[in-house]
Design a protein around this ligand. Structure first.
Ligand code: SAH
Length: 482
């Protein structure tokens, strides 16, 4: 972060704007909206600023800028088209330690003015550190449409009842759950429908019946985080990620996704490597249970889909036995994500009428699969955790009747900026993989549909950010994970 966003209280505070043109007018308007006392120094004023002066909303010093004008200003904004004046303002403010903003000259700013979505008392500020005001405006436009204007009224009502809720509920957790219910439930709906009076009545009713136990019940969210690209999360996943008190995640969940979890949620890494489980499965199950029993909202983030080679079932079994409420949120499984992003349709009328998902995990050093079932014509086989056993898998498939020229692809870190697709055949894939330095996780797809990759590939990342987007920490190359 290059700057810390803060909200400045300027009510009746002296502020100075240098310049009296259109640009200055926009800044003056903002300062007036914040209740500031605005002095404008400029030999002339444009019509709009003159009108403000006529209505006695601003003070006007009809002179060129001089440092004395800064005398008691708490902040200063320079909005002139004269670069030497702007610099003079910057230097004079610097000497006096007054925060200064020079419009459109980020290097002459000690503070910047964000784009604002105003739902007073809710205010959202969007800044790009001067990198792209246009982007900030676009984001603002999006948020404007996303956030009902009634949120301002809702927040004002909440403020009036804050103390009563504090008295009714004794713990922070209970109070937070209570307010979330208010903002997501009937009270909010009533405000959105313009029925503020009824909303207040409902809120009063809720407070009268509130007790700590009701609002302190823990819960577990078993959430599929998808294969890597954060854009592939579901809305529900994101919503629960924003509610969690604590998150348990492993190395299959991309850092960019963990970043989307509520900022002050506790983060617990229970990462697994193939033969070196950082936290044994039994302990993860136990941890989920204990955290929920403490009244926490526990987010268990899983790569892909929790019920596909994800041990999701095992993790919630104890919860069922102990009567802990939970939700399971599906995610895009690696097969679907990698196939789409590699341009390999898993089924296709001409090539494959069915698709099998299997695990290539080694048992006692060999891959133990129903080869007969895997080597049927007209089907696609997707192998999870198949890198270590790759050679054996390819060999066995040929031994059990598939042609050596059957197309096969290994997809590294599908859907991330580190995605790489190595498309070959059952005979040649092992050599091709050996030539490339592949990094876990990888997915193997076998079948005629792989031929379509050449034609349908569309996601071909070249970004220099690739290393940051990696699912796993550097230096763990070649390990097939889980
Ligand atoms: N529950 C997960 C699978 C967990 S098993 C899901 O539904 O996707 C772990 C295996 O998933 C890895 O060994 C790898 O084979 C596969 N995998 C997960 N994410 C992947 C990705 N982004 N690219 C390639 N393979 C991936």
């Amino acid at each position: 972060m290059d700057a810390l966003p803060v909200f400045l209280k300027l009510r009746e505070t002296p502020t100075l704007v240098v310049g009296g043109g259109d640009v200055a007018e926009r800044k003056i308007d903002l300062l007036l909206r914040a209740g500031a006392s605005v002095t404008v120094i400029s030999p002339t004023l444009c019509e709009a600023v003159m009108r403000l002066h006529d209505r006695q909303l601003i003070h006007w010093i009809a002179e060129p800028f001089h440092p004395k004008a800064l005398a008691n200003a708490r902040i200063v904004i320079a909005a002139t088209d004269d670069r030497s004046v702007n610099r003079a303002v910057f230097e004079a403010a610097g000497e006096k330690g007054i925060p200064v903003n020079v419009v459109d000259q980020p290097d002459l700013c000690t503070f910047t003015v964000p784009s604002i979505v105003d739902r007073t008392p809710v205010i959202i500020a969007i800044g790009t550190g001067g990198a792209s005001p246009v982007l900030a405006r676009m984001l603002k436009a999006r948020l404007e449409t996303l956030i009902p204007s009634a949120y301002g009224r809702l927040a004002a009502i909440a403020k009036d009842f804050r103390d009563q809720v504090k008295q009714a509920l004794s713990t922070v957790t209970a109070r937070r759950t209570f307010w979330e219910e208010v903002f997501q439930g009937r009270v909010a709906e009533l405000v959105f429908a313009g029925k503020d009076g009824q909303a207040q009545k409902e809120l009063r009713h809720m407070i009268e019946h509130a007790d700590d136990a009701t609002y302190e019940r823990g819960e577990v969210y078993l959430v599929g985080a998808g294969p890597g690209d954060p854009d592939l999360l579901t809305f529900r996943a994101l919503r629960l990620m924003q509610r969690a008190d604590v998150v348990l995640y492993d190395r299959l969940v991309a850092p960019a996704i963990v970043d989307l979890v509520r900022r002050d949620a506790e983060r617990i890494y229970v990462g697994k490597e193939k033969s070196n489980h950082v936290v044994p499965q039994g302990e993860i199950n136990q941890l989920l249970l204990e955290l929920a029993q403490q009244g926490k909202r526990v987010l268990r983030l899983k790569g892909g889909d929790p019920f596909i080679f994800g041990r999701g079932g095992e993790e919630i079994e104890d919860l069922v036995n102990q009567g802990i409420p939970f939700q399971v949120i599906p995610g895009i499984t690696a097969a679907a994500g990698c196939a789409s992003y590699a341009g390999i349709p898993l089924t296709h009328r001409d090539h494959a009428q069915s698709c099998l998902f299997v695990t290539g995990h080694l048992k006692d050093g060999s891959v133990d699969l129903n080869w007969q079932a895997l080597c049927q014509p007209g089907q696609t086989v997707v192998v999870y955790m198949g890198l270590t056993g790759l050679e054996s898998i390819c060999r066995e498939m040929v031994r059990h009747g598939l042609d050596g020229t059957t197309p096969a692809a290994l997809i590294q870190q599908g859907t991330t900026l580190n995605q790489k697709v190595i498309a070959a055949t059952l005979e040649t894939l092992v050599d091709e993989v050996a030539k490339n330095q592949v990094q876990a996780p990888t997915l193997l797809i076998v079948g005629n549909v792989v031929k379509l990759h050449d034609k349908l590939a569309w996601f071909i990342p070249e970004s220099p950010l690739a290393q940051n987007a990696a699912i796993h920490e550097p230096g763990r190359g070649g390990n097939d994970g889980l």
